[in-house]
Design a protein around this ligand. Structure first.
Ligand SMILES: [Ca+2]
Ligand SMILES: [Ca+2]
Length: 177
């Protein structure tokens, strides 16, 4: 594929997808080569000021418990139209957001899994069940190990890891409810 490039004082602007090698020759005959690969930008792009968007895992993290469907939509900026679906793929248009819900692009079906803080079992509420699931996950009970998206909901201090600090915060929050 032919690659069109515009060079302007060190800035290279790609005009199409493809790859090429740029060779630069200096006045004293030094040669430098640079291989450039241009890929089309992901055509599904979302961002949020409130939630963390993990574009590698395709997770939307740290959604507060009790976030409603409309609040959630209001806090997502996307470049395409999207739907929210439950874990069975059923479209959602009301109620609270639950761990395991997905945001799905209407353009290409690409999706992001949603993790709601404190909601370890994916029912959208925080209660003793979540505390129990947290404890079983913490002691690594093989029967009750949570998958990645549900385990992410246990990181309630939002530092990227699940440990005793999160356990303490969950229990404390539960006791204060
Ligand atoms: Ca729950
Ligand atoms: Ca944590």
């Amino acid at each position: 594929m032919r690659l069109h490039l515009l060079m302007n004082f060190g800035t290279v602007t790609a005009k199409s997808e493809g790859e090429t090698t740029i060779t630069v020759k200096t006045g004293n005959s030094k040669i430098a080569e640079c291989r450039v690969i241009v890929k089309k930008e992901n055509d599904f792009y979302i961002t949020s000021e409130l939630y963390e968007i993990d574009n590698i895992s395709k997770f939307i993290k740290f959604v507060p418990i009790d976030t409603t469907y409309s609040e959630f939509r209001d806090n997502i900026i996307a470049n395409v139209e999207f739907d929210i679906v439950d874990k069975n793929g059923k479209q959602i248009d009301s109620g609270v957001i639950k761990t395991g819900y997905k945001l799905v692009s209407r353009e290409n079906g690409e999706d992001y899994l949603i993790s709601v803080m404190f909601d370890a079992n994916g029912d959208g509420i925080f209660n003793l069940v979540d505390i129990t699931r947290m404890r079983l996950h913490y002691v690594e009970n093989p029967k009750y190990l949570l998958d990645e998206i549900h385990a992410t909901s246990l990181d309630v201090n939002k530092d990227g890891v699940f440990n005793l600090v999160d356990c303490a915060k969950m229990v404390q929050t539960y006791l204060l409810m």
